[in-house]
Design a protein around this ligand. Structure first.
Ligand code: PEP
Length: 255
């Protein structure tokens, strides 16, 4: 089954609104027309309105938030709702990133509520899953990933899966410069797809886009995207430079 690759920048807590102007001026110069890859810019809450305004109705590039509250509104100081993200033109919401899980204690049941709130608001979750090195070396890779998928996707329907992207990000490869080998990433993503098949059936599993994330760079993107179960990337560090992110996107287009 052919799946359109999706390549997303996760700027994390970097790139101010003013810096986004410089970045996007450079990046959008390269990507104005539709390309055979969906490109996503994941910006901080304060940078999102500026990024969405600069990107505008671009056929290739859309905007992602990096987190969201599952609550609709009310007394939740410091939180940001789906309606607020919708209002500024957000298309995707990155959920369950390992930094949210490890630094802010987000568990699968909270992530599941956020997945449902994102879908209900007409936006698309990019659901992150991944194992620690200790879990991989302790033989727990498959049980950890299965648990994360089952918990985060509880009560999601097969139809709703059309709007969900999975990002497989081994925690030991995020921001460390250590990339999973293309074989490790492929084997694991094939396993992730098999879990999706158990949960939602073969058609959904075959249609779901699964990104790889973890120290993706221009130098390794080509080999990784050549793997049959890798349908794009979630990119942190290397996406902070517009030229390097553009090179990664170009590797995705070259396929
Ligand atoms: C990430 O933040 O999701 C990520 C994969 O970071 P990096 O590319 O820096 O490893």
């Amino acid at each position: 089954m052919s799946r359109k690759p999706i390549i997303a920048a996760n700027w994390k807590m970097n790139v101010t609104p003013s810096e986004a102007v410089t970045y996007l001026d450079s990046f959008l110069g390269t990507f104005k027309e539709a390309v055979p890859v969906d490109i996503v810019i994941g910006a901080s809450f304060v940078t999102l309105p500026k990024a969405a305004e600069l990107i505008g109705p671009n056929p290739a590039v859309s905007v992602a938030a990096q987190n969201m509250s599952h609550e609709a509104s009310g007394a939740f100081t410091g939180e940001t709702s789906a309606a607020m993200l919708n209002d500024v033109g957000v298309d995707y919401v990155i959920l369950g990133h390992s930094e949210r899980r490890s630094l802010y204690g987000e568990c699968d049941s909270v992530i599941n509520k956020k997945v449902h709130a994102t879908l209900a608001a007409g936006m698309k979750p990019i659901l992150c899953i991944g194992e620690s090195l200790e879990e991989r070396e302790g033989g727990k890779l498959e049980s950890v990933l299965s648990e994360q998928l089952e918990g985060s996707l509880a009560d999601v329907s097969a139809e709703q899966m059309a709007d969900i992207v999975i990002a497989y990000e081994p925690v030991w490869a995020i921001g460390t410069g250590v990339t999973a080998t293309s074989e490790q990433a492929q084997d694991t993503q094939k396993f992730v797809r098999s879990v999706l098949e158990k949960l939602f059936g073969g058609d959904v599993a075959g249609a779901t886009r699964i990104q790889y994330g973890g120290s993706v760079k221009p130098g390794n993107a080509g080999e990784l995207i050549g793997q049959p179960d890798i349908d794009g990337f979630l990119v942190g560090g290397a996406a902070l430079d517009p030229t390097s992110f553009a090179e990664i996107v170009s590797a995705g287009i070259a396929g």
